[in-house]
Design a protein around this ligand. Structure first.
Ligand SMILES: NC(=O)c1ccc[n+]([C@@H]2O[C@H](COP(=O)([O-])OP(=O)(O)OC[C@H]3O[C@@H](n4cnc5c(N)ncnc54)[C@H](OP(=O)(O)O)[C@@H]3O)[C@@H](O)[C@H]2O)c1
Length: 255
């Protein structure tokens, strides 16, 4: 059943939406890399009847699966398919996200090229920088302009944002860079009452490990759902409370 929905911040006053209570204020959340892993788990955790979810990925089949499964639980689900390794993909994503303000931006999409630094190709280096650094920089720069007080930006970093590991130089470089950016932006946005929440998961059991050479004990990894729960908890705090840095690891030790 469709109901008439009054969207106070929308560019058009009246729009039709599926089964949302009339006059309920809609929240708009954008999650990058929501087609699988941690991004998908975050999208699943944040799905609610008063939420419009903008879910990004590249894999059209996987993203369609996430969107279809969440549609019944959300006011609206929008699919955004763009390659974030190239700036034109980021610009297209920003354009498709539209001018209506976001209440939440989750910079989650990421890649991990793991090999001795002497073997990293220029293309791999640029891809790592593009997805892990330039994309969150541009998304934050463009989308934060319009975000209202009480909104939040979540950056999925890593314990590799604080510690170097052999063969992880490109990845660590990108996460250290995002860490510096996030910490600085947090201070710039404080006056506007926008929270910047940085999340530092240890090894998490997702497909990112499928293409990394070596034996990686999945049983010692935390689950993507645990990362998503931590994000949801930080977001659920009162707007004036900033739970700003969250490190998650396996109690019995990381890899
Ligand atoms: N898993 C871990 O151990 C771990 C630990 C700490 C931090 N993290 C961070 O958590 C975030 C999510 O990782 P994950 O473990 O969930 O990995 P994942 O399962 O491999 O998912 C990565 C996501 O990023 C998207 N992505 C990758 N390259 C992209 C590109 N060029 N353009 C657009 N989207 C792209 C993927 O989209 P498509 O599949 O649709 O291409 C996918 O949705 C990353 O930032 C990662 O660094 C992971």
């Amino acid at each position: 059943m469709e109901q008439i929905f009054l969207s106070p911040r929308s560019s058009c006053f009246w729009t039709t939406r599926p089964a949302v209570a009339p006059y309920q204020i809609m929240k708009r959340y954008l999650v990058t890399g929501a087609s699988r892993g941690i991004g998908r788990a975050i999208a699943e955790k944040l799905a609610a009847s008063d939420v419009e979810l903008l879910l990004h990925g590249r894999d059209t089949v996987a993203l369609a699966d996430v969107c279809n499964s969440l549609k019944p639980r959300c006011a609206r689900v929008v699919r955004l398919i763009h390659d974030l390794a190239v700036t034109s993909g980021v610009s297209d994503l920003i354009a498709q996200a539209g001018k209506d303000p976001l209440d939440l931006l989750v910079n989650n999409a990421g890649v991990a090229i793991v090999k001795p630094f002497g073997e990293i190709t220029r293309v791999e280096w640029e891809q790592t920088l593009g997805v892990n650094v330039t994309a969150p920089f541009l998304l934050t720069q463009h989308l934060a302009q319009n975000m209202p007080p009480g909104s939040s930006i979540v950056n999925i970093l890593s314990i590799a944002a604080k510690t170097g590991f052999p063969n992880w130089s490109a990845y660590c470089m990108s996460k250290f860079a995002l860490e510096g950016f996030s910490q600085s932006v947090r201070e710039e946005l404080r006056d506007r009452k926008i929270r910047v929440i940085n999340v530092y998961p240890a090894a998490t059991d997702t497909n990112i490990w499928n293409n990394i050479e070596g034996e990686w004990p999945r049983k010692k990894m935390i689950s993507p759902e645990e990362v998503a729960s931590a994000v949801a908890y930080a977001l659920s705090r009162p707007a004036e409370v900033a739970l700003e840095n969250i490190t998650l690891s396996n109690l019995t030790g990381n890899l």
